[in-house]
Design a protein around this ligand. Structure first.
Ligand code: TYD
Ligand code: MG
Length: 479
């Protein structure tokens, strides 16, 4: 590694100092200066030159140090396009979240709470790549090679080309990459890795960021894709994934509920594809298995004859997902009404309660309202409004919503139903899962869709029922 110097960077304003100070002279914040290494470049210019720092931050680092010409502006046609080739990781669910597979030279951050299954998922991916593509370097700073072997045996990974390296030193990792030239590198986890030329402790912001920037440089210059695992605590704000999101090309989070076996792999950033894609996995005794049709799985636990249950169709990235929303409305004690939203936005729920009270005439003011999204999902789209409102009304009136009815629509403040995007895609997905009727906002699009389904001979299989207001929709759903 090149000789390096260090600087102290304020974690609040980004101001740079040559020595440690208790208080940042730029922004006045206390105790925010962290030591950061600035490697010297061989081609003149110090590491702290603006181009160099920018290149490091944006990941264009590979070319930054090598040739000064690379720092000059280039006309667009002369810029070499990235290879379109993508590497499948062996799981269609994960490939989709990555935007169609791994891009060579990309750095993907996989975050999640401890014990959620990050190491399991990436060991499985490593096993697949090692078997089908080429050597894989799996670096673990948390577990010994023997422990990983035990897990690999459980996952039935043979992996003659899967190389394990139990180390926490960045320099050792880089040397191993240079020697092995693997098809994939996994670093488990970034919080354990440290660069010896920095004095700060492993896991600190400066160590984590410096090591990630360096690995990014290695990935870019060698065209080797890399996965970096990062732990997130319940608060989600530790030195780790959150601080690295802007550096990595892709950021995926593995989420799930402790008492459920589902695991959701959620894409929150992707420089090579759409974000907000969700891949669904299930944790079994022999590792994570993908769930290609999650709607069917989530709906399979649906109680047959209970009031307060509605099925909504939410777009998760490019895929429509059918999810059950449950509501329980009970008279409140002591005159203080409570309202809980599990998996829904609290303010949106309050708005729906107000619309149900004022526009539909439900006397919800002296009732507790509990809502829950089944399967641990968080629904953020307004298109689920109708379903949520219907579930609440269903519980309040103690009338069941028919099991073959799916609800799609945004609710406006005057109680009107508003059109949603991708209506056709949503309705077709509901039809595929056996829903015979879809309640949708009345609009030109709904009419067109109805005609289209008729022409395709699908009108019998799934009927589109348009409604212009929430009150009308509830009449139909709860009659
Ligand atoms: P792990 O991948 O070690 O989590 P992380 O790396 O995110 O901290 O997963 C740990 C949990 O997964 C642990 O509670 C046991 C469970 N697990 C299974 O249920 N089946 C399996 O095949 C494996 C390997 C783990
Ligand atoms: Mg782990």
């Amino acid at each position: 590694m090149p000789k390096s110097r260090t600087r102290f960077i304020c974690q609040q304003c980004g101001g740079e100092q040559t020595k440690w100070l208790g208080r940042c002279p730029d922004c006045g914040a206390w105790n925010t200066l962290e030591e950061v290494a600035l490697p010297e470049t061989s081609s003149g210019g110090t590491a702290s030159s603006p181009q160099r720092r920018y290149a490091l931050l944006t990941g264009a680092a590979a070319s930054a140090g090598a040739s000064p010409a690379a720092l000059l502006p280039q006309p667009l046609p002369q810029v070499k396009a990235l290879s379109q080739e993508r590497l499948s990781v062996g799981y269609a669910e994960m490939d989709r979240v990555l935007g169609g597979g791994l891009v060579p030279g990309s750095l993907t951050l996989v975050g999640g709470e401890p014990g959620i299954g990050k190491s399991t998922l990436l060991l499985q991916v490593s096993g697949y790549i090692a078997e089908h593509v080429g050597p894989v370097l799996y670096v673990s700073g948390e577990e010994s090679s023997e422990q990983i072997k035990m897990r690999a045996e459980r996952l039935e990974i043979r992996g003659e080309r899967l190389y394990l390296l139990a180390t926490v030193e960045l320099e050792v990792i880089c040397e191993a990459i240079a020697r092995l030239k693997p098809a994939l590198v996994v670093v488990d986890s970034i919080q354990t890795v440290f660069a010896t030329h920095l004095t700060s402790a492993p896991g600190s912001i400066s160590q984590v960021r410096e090591c990630t920037l360096h690995l990014m440089q290695v990935a870019k210059s060698s065209h080797i894709p890399m996965f970096i695992i990062g732990h997130v605590t319940k608060e989600g704000t530790v030195a780790g994934p959150k601080a690295l999101e802007h550096i990595a090309d892709c950021v995926l989070y593995l989420e799930g509920e402790r008492y459920h076996t589902y695991r959701l792999l959620r894409g929150v950033k992707n420089r090579f594809g759409a974000t907000h894609e969700v891949g669904v996995f299930e944790m079994h005794g022999d590792g994570l298995q993908e769930v290609p049709n999650p709607s069917a799985l989530f709906l399979s636990e649906r109680p047959g004859a209970a009031s307060g249950s509605a099925v909504v169709v939410s777009m998760e990235g490019t895929r429509p997902l059918l999810v059950e929303v449950q509501a329980l409305v009970t008279p409140s004690n002591f005159g203080i009404a409570r309202c809980t939203a599990n998996g829904l936005e609290h303010n949106r729920l309050l708005m729906l309660l107000a619309v149900l009270t004022k526009r539909v005439g439900l006397a919800l003011g002296n009732h507790d309202v509990y809502t829950n999204v089944v399967g641990g999902f968080t629904l953020e789209e307004p298109a689920v409004d109708l379903g949520v409102a219907a579930a609440i009304a269903s519980s309040y009136r103690d009338r069941r919503i028919p099991a073959d009815l799916a609800l799609i629509g945004e609710v406006g403040l005057s109680g009107e139903l508003r059109a949603v995007n991708r209506l056709g895609l949503r309705v077709r997905e509901a039809a595929k899962l056996g829903f015979k009727r879809c309640l949708v906002p009345a609009s030109g699009r709904a009419e067109r869709l109805r005609r289209e389904l008729e022409e395709a001979g699908l009108a019998e299989e799934c009927r589109v029922i348009p409604a212009s207001t929430l009150a009308v929709a509830l009449e139909i759903a709860l009659h």
